[in-house]
Design a protein around this ligand. Structure first.
Ligand code: SF4
Ligand code: SF4
Length: 722
């Protein structure tokens, strides 16, 4: 070992010791912060399945690859990082002696070939990711469409350039070894290294020097991230594995959508009959009232901004960004942690941590709030953020947990939603319509709609499906047309169905999404009793629903209260009836059609195809000024569909900030040139109809354009005279 190697070895050892000590300290801090969260015992079931899911999502990059090129480039970089770690280890041998190599595998030609390929592809991958970051840097687009708005850009660049430099150092070391005649692999196993060797001068000192630089850069990276425990763009390389392992559902490809997480206290669902606001936790009022999984979510965020890029609120100028919510909660949790970890004696707590502890979790900037109320109430719970997040962060559950505290304890929510909640409590529907008018939609039909359940238990008819009409379907004029169309089509196809009539109340979806779990549970229990009575003695309990929100609540949430049913959406049942020849479209419909995926049917429940199959089964005749026959998709559809703006109880709140979400969606629909905009949810129907009406009033939409439910379109094709 020469003098140069001695100095290099001492320096490498010193910087490594500092880095390791700091990283251990940082990991201990992160563990301590995550452990501040509330218990969540449901994350430990089906460990084998969870392990498989974690491996599929990380090694297979299944969620990242939803954005194909970025996903592929990130996969190359991930593999390079794993392999790179072994090459950083090899650098320690090279610092000591220029001919140093990893024991056992170091001289294998296969190892040389593999690491050469991974290094080169890693360089390609990381340069592509850097170009994506540069092209999408905030400020490049004044319309704040950049997904990196609000991300800590220096951290992203730092991490990316460290990878470039370490990979380049690795190639230089190989090149100098080749020039020295010390590269243990043949040309076919390391062609680029040998080519570099032809260009570089022979120098043993250069091998050790570049190895030292490589170690220095790697340890600088470790020191920087250790000193910045909130640097998710780096830490996600480690935190993503447990975060995905502990995702809400162990099943692969199932993000935390559909059902909301029940309201929990001490790791158990809250029972309102015995709950005590003094003892029990009602939603989330302090950051430490999130579960440990919530705190792990915040720690894991990579700041990639995919969630933000899809958020309808953010894209229409509201203050809500799911990424910024997560980042604010993360920064607050880590800043407050010294206060929380100090125990009873707070005397040694830094003033900054004490000040952080005094901030309200939800509050305007003037009072130092962590989350702005306008951001909290802008969420439509559309799930686009959860769908996109590559590390399975559960934004919707966190947002609703904060809403729950605001509604149940503080009574602090947009005033206009109070009318809706009072109507739910007093009349069982958000419109406040008299319950005895629930069956008015049946008037004028040329067949009788049978009724079962609580209202007429003695006159229970024979039926296969309970037709869940929903409040909109019963009281809202446009939705009533859908209800009548579905009933007529079911009757035409010979499906035996019945309704609950007055025995039905709101499923409680708007109450639950706004955060009023108490009203939700009251309504849900009432419905579960009525439905169970209707199905008494039956083996199968089939329900068909026209409202995507009812469909979701009945199928995914009533199970939490003892209501387990087989729930289908009307588009699924109608697609089956068309597919089996029980319904036959005979008349083409004029003009083209575009289909809007309701969030609670599509993203939340993965029902994308049946409505499309129905629309494709119908003949579409072209006409002047139309897009021509057939379906034409909007730019954002299926998993990436854009919300109509009504979910999350937003239907009953004013939209005062930014552009109206339904206007944005309607502009997209109109741009397709389709004459028919088909929806499959009464909320979407209302929002899109209002948007189109407004566009017609300004001459931006043709008079022929109409918004209708898929069932209405089908009825026109099956029974043109109906
Ligand atoms: S659920 Fe939808 S509206 Fe709410 S934060 Fe996520 S993307 Fe935005
Ligand atoms: S929450 Fe998920 S999608 Fe959003 S920035 Fe963080 S990692 Fe990316």
């Amino acid at each position: 070992m020469g003098a140069m190697q001695v100095v290099a070895t001492v320096l490498a050892a010193a910087v490594t010791a500092v880095a390791v000590w700091l990283v251990i300290r940082a990991v201990r801090t992160m563990f301590a912060v995550v452990r501040l969260g509330q218990p969540d015992p449901e994350r430990f079931d089906r460990k084998l399945r969870r392990t498989r899911t974690m491996l599929v999502e990380t090694l297979g990059h299944t969620r990242m690859l939803k954005w194909t090129w970025v996903g592929a480039a990130h996969w190359l970089v991930m593999v390079a990082f794993i392999v790179l770690s072994s090459l950083v280890l090899e650098a320690y041998f090279e610092v000591v002696t220029p001919r140093g190599e990893l024991p056992i595998v170091g001289h294998w030609a296969a190892f040389g070939l593999f690491t050469e390929a991974v290094s080169l592809l890693g360089i390609v991958g990381i340069l592509y990711l850097i170009s994506v970051r540069l092209r999408n840097r905030p400020g490049a687009d004044p319309a704040r469409r950049s997904r990196f708005v609000g991300s800590t850009m220096w951290q992203g660049y730092f991490v990316e350039w460290v990878i470039v430099l370490v990979l380049v150092c690795g190639m230089l070391i190989r090149g100098f070894k080749a020039a020295n005649g010390d590269l243990p692999w043949p040309v076919w196993a390391a062609p680029v290294s040998h080519a570099l060797g032809d260009l570089l001068p022979a120098s043993e000192a250069a091998v050790s020097l570049v190895a030292l630089v490589k170690i220095g850069i790697s340890m600088t990276w470790a020191i920087v991230i250790a000193l910045n425990v909130t640097m998710g763009v780096a830490w996600h390389r480690f935190a993503a594995f447990p975060n995905i392992f502990f995702k809400r559902s162990a099943r692969a490809a199932t993000p935390a959508l559909g059902a909301l997480r029940p309201m929990m206290s001490g790791g158990k669902p809250l029972d309102f009959e015995q709950a005590d606001p003094e003892q029990d936790q009602f939603g989330v009022a302090q950051v430490e009232q999130f579960t440990w999984k919530g705190l792990l979510d915040f720690t894991t965020c990579t700041e990639c901004g995919r969630c933000q890029s899809q958020c309808p609120a953010w894209n229409t100028g509201k203050p809500l960004s799911p990424k910024l919510i997560v980042l604010s909660l993360r920064d607050h949790a880590y800043a407050k942690a010294p206060y929380l970890l100090a125990g009873e004696d707070k005397s040694g707590v830094p003033a900054a941590a004490v000040a952080e502890a005094e901030r309200p979790l939800v509050g305007a900037a003037a009072v130092g709030g962590v989350i702005d109320p306008d951001a909290l109430w802008s969420c439509t719970t559309c799930g686009a953020c959860v769908e996109q997040c590559p590390v399975d962060i559960e934004h919707v559950d966190h947002i609703v947990d904060m809403r729950r505290y605001q509604v149940l304890i503080e009574s602090n929510f947009p005033a206009e939603a109070g009318v809706m909640l009072r109507n739910l409590e007093n009349k069982g529907n958000p419109w406040g319509a008299p319950p005895n008018t629930r069956e008015d939609w049946t008037k004028g039909l040329d067949f009788e709609v049978p009724r079962v359940g609580a209202v007429s238990p003695d006159a229970t008819p024979d039926f296969e499906y309970l037709f869940w009409v929903g409040c909109a379907g019963a009281f809202e004029d446009r939705a009533k047309k859908t209800t009548r169309a579905v009933a007529t089509l079911l009757h035409e196809a010979g499906v035996r169905f019945a309704i609950l009539g007055e025995g039905e109340t709101c499923t409680g979806d708007p109450a639950r999404r706004i955060g009023n779990e108490f009203v939700y549970q009251m309504l849900a229990q009432q419905n579960v009793e009525a439905i169970n009575a209707a199905f008494a003695g039956r083996e199968t309990k089939k329900i068909v629903a026209t409202c995507a929100h009812c469909f979701n609540t009945l199928g995914n949430e009533y199970g939490q209260l003892g209501g387990d049913y087989e729930v289908v959406h009307h588009t699924q049942l109608l697609a089956h009836l068309v597919g089996t020849g029980k319904l036959t479209p005979i008349k083409p419909v004029d003009g083209g059609v575009t289909y809007h995926d309701p969030c609670y049917l599509g993203r939340h429940n993965r029902v994308f195809e049946p409505p499309r199959h129905l629309l494709e089964a119908i003949g579409w005749a072209g006409g002047a000024g139309t897009a021509g026959p057939g379906m034409v998709e909007m730019p954002r559809f299926a998993e990436r569909s854009f919300c109509c703006g009504a979910g999350g109880a937003r239907m009953w709140m004013e939209e005062r900030i930014g552009k109206r979400i339904n206007t944005e969606r309607v502009e997209e629909a109109l741009a397709t040139g389709a004459r028919t905009v088909a929806a499959a949810c009464p909320f979407c129907l209302t929002m899109l109809s209002d948007g189109v009406t407004s566009k017609k009033s300004t001459g931006e939409a043709a008079d022929e354009v109409e918004v209708v439910d898929v069932a209405t379109v089908l009825l026109r094709a099956v029974k043109p005279d109906a």
